[in-house]
Design a binder for this molecule. Sequence first.
Ligand code: CAO
Length: 415
Amino acid sequence: MKALEGVKILDFTHVQSGPTCTQLLAWFGADVIKVERPGVGDATRKQLVDIEGADSLYFTMLNHNKRSITLNTKNETGKEVLERLVKTCDVMVENFAPGALDRMGFSWERVQELNPKMIMASVKGFGPGPYEDCKVYENVAQCAGGAASTTGFLDGPPLVTGAQIGDSGTGLHLALGIVTALFQREQTGRGQKVLAPMQDGVLNLCRVKLRDQQRLKSGPLKEYSQYGEGIEFGDAAPRAGNDSGGGQPGRILKCKGWETDPNAYTYFITQAAVWKNVCDVIGKPEWKDDSEYATPAARLPRLNEIFGAIETWTMTKTKYEVMDICNPLDIPVGPILSMKEISEEPSLRETGTIVEVDHPERGTYLSVGCPVKLSDSDVEVTRSPLLGEHTEEILKSVLGYSEEDVTSIKESGAI
Ligand code: CAO
């Protein structure tokens, strides 16, 4: 038995944010029925194509463990089928542009009329307010949610991050909203509307930057490198390069081979509790009791000098040697791992975090499995569906249509 077994999801999602949410729900055992436009499907099926004629990795890696039904929801018969799906399912998840669902005739009011127990979950770029009607993609959300203005180096432009915090991050927020609403429904018997705006999701992940924004009122942010460099703070939380976002200073430092390997670096944290170990490892035992270096407060104005000395040491070691030497001493460090290294890491294969999936059009490919592990609800990653692969099966076994019904639905052009 899986955690969400028996829960039926009407998956009206596309691109990345919504699909990551419903993929998680599928991994936890929900029956996810992905509704796609006949002949077209989710636009990502044919974006960033690497194998001619096959569904792209973009699509396959976001849509595992789902079933696909094609349905033209602007066709009258298609609308009737969709109504049946609404009546049958527990949750409807969508991330259309604002207003698209209303134009289709499936407003929240209409959905409630059809099924008062329905949980209707949406991703939108923005919540109610001046931008609520805007279409939004990942990087727009990163910019509007405060991530870009606080990412990058002080002397460079705002930067977006490769982590898809706008799309996949919001998908995660939405999934939490959905299971919470399912939990509440157990008590109330009612469905509800769940909204996860991408701007809000990104801001939630940038919480520490709003913390720093407010701390600026009390003076310079001493843990930022710019403090030690004597650079004045402005009126907004600045970009902090690779400074640690917390109370323990950290940096990315070069390791052996950095001249030719773009990922020969380590993250190194000078955690106060292990400062003496840091001094011993880097060959600066005299710093242990020197009042200029012995306390965290004394070190803050000298971070460039301190990390310079640590880097002189890390440059004599590979990033893995740094890990091997520092970990037994409780010094928190982490190698900068490339996607190539991650994809070849055996321990990630063993835990199911990196999985090999077989696909009829593609052959074998790698994907990221479920990042959350439940001890009583195992996850088996199965391939994404081909476009409309389960249309007939869903019409008959989920919605109870007969063979003749299916024929007439086909003739109407709805599927
Ligand atoms: N049958 C018939 N019509 C369908 C259909 C189906 N099965 N599925 C979708 N459509 C129609 C919609 O009804 C809509 O039609 P109208 O505009 O005529 O009402 C149309 O397809 C396009 O929908 P869309 O506006 O959502 O798609 P888009 O490609 O123009 O925009 C996106 C994409 C992502 C910018 C927009 O959906 C959006 O802003 N979504 C919310 C935020 C979000 O999730 N962004 C992250 C996406 S991942 O980076």
